[in-house]
Write a protein that binds this ligand. Structure first.
Ligand code: BES
Ligand code: ZN
Length: 882
């Protein structure tokens, strides 16, 4: 319970336009060591599109009032009041200027929303509703205003003073203080406001847009990180060029600034002209960052840059439309990465995340549509569903209208809504209008939760050479949505001949006769698609590139899967065929373990793997994906009730058996995939290193000698990628080597908390029951800090979300540990606490006694004083299913 009050839900259907508009904002922010003073001057008027009102209500949270003035006249005690933080003035004219002055305490702000301190600097995070913790305002995304901001602080401690837009003035104040004035020419909602003050060094570059405008690029970091910003800067330039080439979208200000912040709840934030980034997504060099870190930096830098058009220039009407910017922008960053690296590997990685985590969210008590209909706390809806499934919906639109059609649609959307706040309907309407089609029925995807299941059956008539695919769809009920309507599901298919060749298609199902791929659009409960003129029964390659976020069921036999794995031209489906083969073997293995036996590995899987290994050199990055067996997390979607220990035992047994069966090929690959020369990040080299890391992890399970090889790799390499490969390989092998390597890593990086996060994460995910004690011990490590989200994510997030065997310990000690941490954390940082609490969401699905222990922990949480954030997760978890 929260203070005995039940928080009120915000509902989409209650949306009303704001009663007032704000045309201009003038902020004066004075920063001191004990507090900050915010003077705000708002030029306001009644909204002509809303019912007339005299009463003004401005959002505020935790602000100490100092004074107010309306049209220059000071307000007296009876003229205003504060109710649950909000400022209420009962009588205001049609148009007026409101001045407010308040005090806040950034130094005490551990929630990291609003204005807060990170180390020696001041910074802000306003999305979604942080601006109300800085000053009173209409804190909603459909109120767009022009901002002018003055930042004032002590010059010696805070030589750098930044805000959005262009610096128009700077100067000195008495007492060793100075100030800078910033103006943002583009109207924006307050969630895009940002401010930074600190002692930072700047790395500069310059980008000339396609139309010839020069843009200054600046990355700000603390001095000791100055040498680690080069890659982020290169990434930014690549992203800027890519958006011009793919969508014709150019940057629109003279400066683009990125600031690295150590204490940051999220990955990064797209504030207009002044992005704030978690240091983790900015800083990289060979010694401290892995190939994976480099790839993440490029994609996050791209993502925040792409928001400049999809989010900032065109913003949101309300927070229910969140996927309009996030789903679309994730889609854009996915396409960017696909173009920069390998499209099929990128697709595989994204689908793996979607299947293992978004599908799970969609099947549990927090299931919600991509456009939710109600929430208690908006911060809880920055979810995999809004982001990843949202991106899948945008991808389906592109599949339906084609790449060129999609580009036209996006440009029309931007043209229509530039400088305004939009809805999902506006986006879909622009896509439909630009392509002259009806996308009305497609909207259901945004409003219906749950993962649809598409069942495929086929028949073959040799006499006429006719092949038929019968498709049907159903979607399981989710909380509040017992009945589901059929969705528009694009199913991209190819047909393979017995020799592995792609068969040219013809017949009613095919738009262009002779093509080797067709997009079947399933928009009713069941439909049949007919292919004609075939000489032999084909093997269908279904849902190529994962053309829709669904569970596809088709009774492939093992031979067909092996055939697809060997011959499909679609790299995604080739991978997926291997995953389906492996999934079967693993599920049989789980059954065997549960019956007290030992998993046997079918020859079909061993042979299929042999082919993959034999072809490894042709595409190491793809092979690395193909060698990764379905994760324990993903397997838990298939085992009812979930039995984490049996899943782990079975998976390890299958892994070991496969590794022993292919010992020689693996040893050969370990040698041949070495990357000579000094480290440099480059996707093709990263693919080789990734493959080598996976191979090493297999080998340590088959060949004790490879534990020593891992140690040698750790000590012999010049880069973090190989070090992590070595640590990752020995992590699951108890023994002295593991502890020696862990100790070596700690000794080497003890003064670099960001690097030590990798080490916290490795400890946290050791798949052993004893990890609970390790985690408790590490919470007392000098580098651990509950107030730093990166530390929390690495240690507690790693343990609760990525260590099924450790967390789901038989005696419930893992749950108690995490529940204790949630309670401590909730008092400091509700957003982070709520995220950790999600580890308990699916408690009902676990076998006893786990289920009972999880419920006990949830009930303990429910009995405590909780933030709105954590309360929402805990109460939803405990609510009756339905
Ligand atoms: N707008 C978000 C950041 C954000 C999220 C702020 C939630 C406040 C609350 C930003 O564009 C974003 O989506 N960042 C992602 C990384 C991105 C690459 C998907 C993040 O921070 O995880
Ligand atoms: Zn985003």
């Amino acid at each position: 319970m929260m203070d005995g009050r039940t928080p009120r839900a915000v509902r989409l259907e209650d949306y009303r336009p704001a009663l007032f508009l704000i045309d201009r904002v003038d902020l004066y922010v004075a920063l001191y060591e004990t507090h900050a003073e915010i003077q705000s001057r708002l030029e306001m008027r009644r909204n002509p599109d809303a019912p007339p009102s005299e009463r003004l209500v401005l959002d505020g949270e935790g602000l100490e009032p100092v004074r107010f003035a309306l049209d220059g006249r000071p307000l007296q005690a009876g003229d205003w009041r504060i109710e649950s933080g909000d400022l209420i003035i009962d009588r205001v004219p049609e148009a007026f200027t409101l001045e407010t002055v308040c005090r806040i305490r950034p130094q005490e702000n551990t929630a990291l929303e609003g204005l807060y301190r990170s180390g020696d600097m001041f910074c802000t995070q306003c999305e979604a509703e942080g601006f109300r913790r800085i000053t009173w305002y209409l804190d909603r995304p459909d109120v767009l205003a022009r901002f002018r901001v003055t930042v004032e602080a002590e010059q010696a401690r805070y030589p750098i003073l930044l805000s959005n837009g262009n610096r128009v003035e700077q100067g000195i104040r008495p007492g060793g203080r100075h100030y800078a004035v910033w103006e943002d020419p583009y109207p924006k909602p307050c969630y895009l406001f940002a401010l930074v003050a600190g002692d930072l060094v700047c790395r500069r570059d310059r980008f000339v847009t396609r139309s010839g405008r020069a843009v200054d690029l600046e990355i700000y970091v603390e001095a000791h990180n100055a040498e680690r910003t080069g890659f982020a800067l290169e990434s930014l330039k690549h992203a800027m060029r890519w958006d011009e080439e793919r969508f014709g979208l150019e940057y629109d200000l003279d400066t683009y600034m990125i600031v690295a912040v150590d204490a940051f709840n999220m990955g990064a934030m797209e504030n207009k002209g002044l992005n704030l980034f978690n240091s983790h997504y900015v800083l990289a060099d060979a010694q401290t960052a892995t190939d994976g870190d480099y790839a993440n930096i490029e994609s996050v830098v791209g993502h925040e840059y792409f928001h400049n058009w999809t989010g900032n220039r065109v913003t949101l009407r309300d927070w229910f439309q969140l996927s309009l910017k996030e789903g679309l922008t994730v889609f854009r960053d996915q396409e960017f990465t696909a173009d920069r690296t390998s499209a099929s590997v990128k697709r595989i990685q994204d689908v793996r995340l979607l299947r293992a985590q978004q599908f799970a969210e969609d099947a549990g008590p927090m299931a919600h549509p991509v456009r939710p209909r109600s929430y208690l706390e908006i911060n809880n809806f920055y979810t995999l569903t809004v982001y990843e499934k949202g991106a899948e919906l945008v991808r389906m639109v592109q599949t339906l209208v084609g790449r060129e059609g999609f580009r036209k649609g996006l440009r029309l959307y931007i043209k229509r809504h530039d400088g305004k706040a939009a809805t999902v309907e506006d986006f879909i309407a622009a896509m439909a209008d630009a392509n002259g089609i009806d996308l009305g029925p497609f909207m259901r995807w945004y409003d219906q939760a749950g993962t649809p299941e598409v069942r495929v059956e086929d028949d073959w008539d040799p006499a006429s050479g006719t092949y038929r695919l019968h498709l049907s769809q159903r979607c399981p009920p989710t909380p509040g949505q017992p009945h589901k309507d059929p969705l528009v599901i694009p199913v991209v298919v190819g047909l393979l001949g017995p020799d592995g060749a792609e068969l040219p298609m013809q017949g009613p199902a095919v738009r262009a006769a002779g093509a080797t791929e067709a997009t079947l659009v399933l928009d009713r409960e069941t439909q049949t698609f007919v292919f004609e003129g075939l000489a032999q029964r084909p093997i269908p390659s279904l849902l190529r590139r994962f053309s829709a976020p669904v569970k596809l069921e088709y009774d492939y036999d093992e031979a067909a899967l092996a055939h697809l794995l060997a011959h499909d031209t679609d790299g995604f489906n080739r991978w997926d065929a291997g995953q389906r083969l492996a999934l079967r073997a693993l599920l049989e293995g789980v059954r065997a373990v549960q019956q007290g036996g030992r998993p046997q590995v079918a020859d079909a899987l061993v042979q299929a793997l042999g082919h993959v290994l034999a072809e490894a050199a042709a595409d190491p990055a793809w092979t690395a994906e193909a060698l990764q067996l379905p994760s324990e997390l993903y397997l838990s979607e298939w085992v009812h009730p979930v039995d984490p220990a049996a899943i782990h035992t079975a998976r390890e047994a299958v892994l070991g058996a496969l590794a022993r069966a292919h010992r020689e090929a693996l040893v050969g690959l370990y040698e041949s995939m070495a990357t000579p020369g000094p480290y440099r990040y480059e996707p093709s080299l990263a693919g080789r290193r990734r493959l080598r890391a996976v191979v090493l992890a297999w080998l340590v399970r088959a060949e004790p000698e490879y534990v020593a090889r891992a140690e040698a790799l750790y000590h012999g390499t010049d880069n973090m990628t190989d070090r992590m490969a070595a640590l990752g390989a020995v992590q699951a092998v108890p023994g002295a080597a593991r502890e020696r390597l862990f100790a070596a890593f700690e000794a080497r990086f003890r003064d670099q908390p960001l690097v030590l996060d990798k080490w916290f994460g490795l400890h946290a995910t050791i798949p052993e029951p004893g990890t609970a004690e390790r985690v408790r011990r590490l919470m007392d490590h000098p580098a651990f800090d509950l107030r730093n989200p990166n530390r929390v994510r690495a240690l507690l997030g790693g343990y609760a979300h990525h260590n099924p065997v450790g967390f789901h310990r038989e005696d419930g000690a893992g749950y108690r540990l995490v529940a204790d941490a949630i309670l401590q954390l909730d008092a400091l940082n509700p957003q982070m606490a709520a995220r950790l609490a999600r580890a308990f969401l699916r408690w009902r699905e676990y076998r006893e006694p786990l289920r009972g222990h999880m419920r006990d922990s949830l009930e303990r949480l429910a009995g405590a004083q909780l933030s709105k954030d954590t309360y929402e997760i805990v109460s939803r978890s405990l609510q009756a299913q339905g």
